[in-house]
Design a protein around this ligand. Sequence first.
Ligand SMILES: Cc1cc2nc3c(=O)[nH]c(=O)nc-3n(C[C@H](O)[C@H](O)[C@H](O)COP(=O)(O)O)c2cc1C
Length: 201
Amino acid sequence: MEHLLFINACVRGEKSRSLKLAQRFLDSWHKAHPNGQITEVDLCKDRLVPQYPEVLAERDALWNAGQLDHPMFAPARQFAAADKIVIAAPFWELSFPAILKIYLERITVTDITFGYDEQGKNIGLCKAKKLLFITTRGGDFSRPETAWMEMGARQLEALCAMYGIPSFQCLAAEGLDDIRRDKEAILAEAMGRADALAEVF
Ligand SMILES: Cc1cc2nc3c(=O)[nH]c(=O)nc-3n(C[C@H](O)[C@H](O)[C@H](O)COP(=O)(O)O)c2cc1C
């Protein structure tokens, strides 16, 4: 049975367009993979504490003691063990909300999600072969003149390389806050892409 881990960083909850797009993808994925299992991590519910000095000190002490099975590292172990990963988040400040950054800091643990080989070269330790990032953006950041400003999908793609996840894909609906554009049409088109992607993901 395939295990898909869904990381939900859609701060607007049920009103979130990013979450609607993600739910459409997950529904289609479930239809295409009836034996697949989806586990959701809702970052607005879990509310991981940022790595303030005392949190980081505890993490360092546990890591140095070799206690990688400690509950503090449970999110990292869960991420490393997933077969497939979907992350959904809105486009904020040219990347994604801080709750997702906090989560990424928590799962980026040496010897769980990544490590170093004997030559000191980075090796990824995650099992997943694919990660899909689902997002919606107010502006359009796929055009050549604006693509360089997009730092959410690009950060996640780079992290996939570090975690050893070979395939990164991004499903984005863009220009949703541009009053000249037809929001419903943009979202409907993205929903169609979600369905097509779910078949092969
Ligand atoms: C705090 C905040 C920051 C945002 N920053 C950007 C931005 O940098 N660029 C942009 O194009 N849109 C930005 N937006 C607009 C959102 O990306 C857009 O409305 C998106 O569809 C919201 O997704 P949601 O419905 O899932 O919350 C921002 C919105 C919020 C609330």
